[in-house]
Write a protein that binds this ligand. Structure first.
Ligand SMILES: [Zn+2]
Length: 61
């Protein structure tokens, strides 16, 4: 299970991460997730995005 907090509907709780970055309650994308990395595969879009962000960070000086 992962935790989420939605800034659109102010709902928060736990949910089963299904690969979509959106609020399970209202469908808003303005939502924060707190996932344990172990739940995700290396090729999950969210992990790929995080890795891409990390790579971009190292390239900037
Ligand atoms: Zn919501």
């Amino acid at each position: 299970m992962a935790r989420y907090r939605c800034r659109n509907c102010n709902n928060e709780g736990t949910f089963s991460y299904s690969g979509k970055h959106e609020c399970p309650k209202c469908g808003s994308r303005d939502v924060q997730f707190a996932l344990s990395i172990e739940e995700l595969g290396d090729y999950d879009p969210l992990i790929v995005a995080l890795k891409k962000m990390a790579d971009d960070g190292t390239e900037q000086s």
